[in-house]
Design a protein around this ligand. Structure first.
Ligand SMILES: CC(C)(COP(=O)(O)OP(=O)(O)OC[C@H]1O[C@@H](n2cnc3c(N)ncnc32)[C@H](O)[C@@H]1OP(=O)(O)O)[C@@H](O)C(=O)NCCC(=O)NCCS
Length: 284
């Protein structure tokens, strides 16, 4: 509701903001042109300069909303149910809410997931979301793909629902069904995340959902330092520096095993890392 009100108050006007209007129409046309098209390279949309104000921070939201009827049609052609289609598009509201929580400002930051969602290349299927774009598959997993083969990129959307085995099994199964008609032959799932950090095993019980999810994947890539990731995903705090300051750690809640693990590891001088894992469709 809060984000809807900010959006309506930041409606672009072709007469008053001709440059922003031009960006908006280009973004809209780009989304239409790329509907259903897998892309190579970085699909991220950078935020517009700060001096474009609230209208600039909301501009891409209007582009995403304008293509809703088209992406809904596309979802129908690839066999997504109505519920799956709307579930996928909910990513916009979730990203707006997260962005507001992280920055204290309404509107969007850089976004790389939403252009994929609103061109139908990224979709949510139950507990998990997927992209037909193996962006993060680098390293060892690349060797697993032969020409014509592809992997689906996996996401774990936040939202309070546990990462249960059953829910994940259902999502992976459904993903295989959904991509079956596409020309690329999907042979596996990739997952690049702080949830794949093998150090989590030192803190979480083997029976926890996170560890059970991690054990689905193998062939972990080089790790990439990512203290920002658990701070953002668990505590909704943004910090991009090299060492998280103790004053910030002091402010973080310590109610759950994971919250305590993240903080005590950082206090001890450790870092958290993102890693990429992989498993083959046959092993799902
Ligand atoms: C992934 C996620 C759904 C797992 O939740 P889950 O199914 O409850 O996970 P587990 O069973 O492994 O939880 C183990 C412990 O960590 C805690 N925990 C898990 N996720 C937590 C979170 N986001 N915030 C605080 N504590 C969390 C659990 O409460 C439990 O601790 P407890 O036994 O003291 O209660 C959850 O962490 C989440 O929503 N994360 C944000 C999304 C995300 O990071 N996606 C990846 C982006 S790259």
């Amino acid at each position: 509701m809060e984000d809807r009100d900010s959006l309506l108050a930041a409606r672009p006007d072709a007469g008053r903001q001709p440059e922003l209007w031009w960006v908006l129409s280009c973004s809209y046309r780009l989304l239409l042109a790329q509907m259903g098209q897998r892309r190579r390279g970085d699909p991220a949309w950078a935020p517009l300069p700060d001096d474009t104000g609230s209208v600039g921070r909301h501009l891409f939201v209007w582009a995403f909303l304008a293509v809703v009827p088209h992406v809904r049609d596309y979802h129908a052609t690839i066999g997504l149910s109505d519920e799956e289609s709307w579930d996928s598009l909910r990513a916009l509201g979730e990203e707006l809410a997260l962005s507001r929580r992280l920055t204290g400002r309404a509107g969007l930051d850089a976004t790389w997931g939403l252009p994929m969602v609103f061109t139908g290349v990224g979709f949510r299927l139950g507990r998990l979301a997927f992209e037909r774009e193996p962006l993060h598959i680098g390293g060892a997993a690349n060797d697993l793909l032969r020409p014509g083969e592809s992997a689906l990129n996996t996401h774990v959307p936040a939202g309070g629902e546990p990462l249960s085995d059953e829910a994940c099994d259902t999502s992976f199964r459904r993903a295989v069904e959904v991509v079956e008609p596409f020309p690329e032959r999907v042979v596996g799932f990739a997952f690049h995340s702080w949830l794949m950090d093998t150090q989590l095993a030192e803190y979480l019980p083997a029976s926890s959902n996170i560890m059970r999810f991690q054990r689905r994947f193998s062939r972990f890539s080089e790790r990439v330092e990512a203290d920002w990731a658990p701070l953002e995903h668990v505590f909704h705090r943004r910090y991009d520096g090299p060492v998280v300051p103790p004053s910030l750690l002091d402010e973080l809640p310590q109610r759950t095993t994971l919250e305590r693990a993240i903080v005590s590891h950082l206090r001890g001088g450790g870092h958290w890392y993102s890693q990429t894992g992989w498993f083959s469709v046959a092993a799902r």
